[in-house]
Design a binder for this molecule. Sequence first.
Ligand SMILES: Cc1cc2nc3c(=O)[nH]c(=O)nc-3n(C[C@H](O)[C@H](O)[C@H](O)COP(=O)(O)O)c2cc1C
Length: 376
Amino acid sequence: MNSDLCRKLGIEFPLFAFSHCRDVVAAVSRAGGMGVFGAVLYTPEQLRTELEWIDANCGGKPYGVDLIVPTSIQRQGGSGPSDDQLLAGLPAEHLAFAEQVLERAGVGADDLEERRCALLHISRNLDSAGAEAMLDVAFSFPIRLIANALGTPPQIMLDRARAAGVPVAALVGSKQHAQRQVAAGVDILVAAGGEAGGHCGEVSTMVLVPEVVSVAGDTPVLAAGGIVTGRQMAAAMAMGAAGAWCGSVWLTTAEGEPSQVVKDKMLAASSSDTVRSRSRTGKTSRQLKSAWTDAWEADGPAPLPMPLQSLVAEPALARIEALAQRGHAGAADLATYWVGQGVGLMTQTTSAAEVVQDFKRDYLAATERLMATLED
Ligand SMILES: Cc1cc2nc3c(=O)[nH]c(=O)nc-3n(C[C@H](O)[C@H](O)[C@H](O)COP(=O)(O)O)c2cc1C
């Protein structure tokens, strides 16, 4: 495709794959789109290993990195709370509730503390000192895009990206967010509608994209949220988007990171089988409905602020995932993962490269349909 954005990033087709899975990132970049590696779950050392692999397997094609540095945490400056302070800040009520949900399903909760300690590095990635260590690693690779998920990117991210000539993308869920991001100097806006998997706002993609485009000026806007087909990408581009940024559609590919149990649940799910809930990270994120999300929505304690809620939820969800994979029925009922409403259109497993080719074909057919409406 001959667009400014494609030329700027060196890609053929403006389909962006947000993924925590290196295989998806490399496959989408090789297929002509752009893979963007979600780094929040990794330590700086692990990020280095993953990026070395992506760099060696993307066929010399462009790829990017996505970090989560919430604005509220950046304002604190320096390091966030210590590991001990974080653990001490977890209310007994929340820990007990998570254990109860597991025990009711016969999953047991004996290794949660160990799993919690293993996840403490995620909290470090969310403070500015931790984010800086991740930026050091990210910018030691020839990345072509760096994205920030929550709020305005920290000045250090903008400065380092400028110095390296790497465009900065930022996710926005409202027109006001978009205006703040443009004022801060980001290069690409990702307008993530309420249909999206993961953190999302309330405004639907259909409304958000033209709203964000109306205030973006020359800043290109990528449409995100619910897009799992080329025809939806064409619709978003008809509304002024410069491309599509997708997270959910890769989850049910052969390479996708969820366990087969969760993939099967996604393949069977309808678009009504997701829920926006604060029970996983403390901020509203869309995920697959399951016995776990039902329990929190029905009578769970009020979610804790980020990153505390993750330290309650993630160890339990990791245990659930491990047992579900071993065939535990109670764990399979509880198993969930972030996914958007587009899950209702995700009905079969192919490879990530095939998804890119399907998008291209479907995009072309959609634009031809539109052109045909203008013929005599
Ligand atoms: C499994 C999953 C994990 C996600 N984690 C992050 C993240 O760490 N950082 C981020 O910027 N966005 C994250 N997102 C959101 C995506 O960047 C994107 O906005 C969203 O997936 C688009 O909507 P879709 O899921 O309908 O394609 C995640 C999405 C999914 C599905």
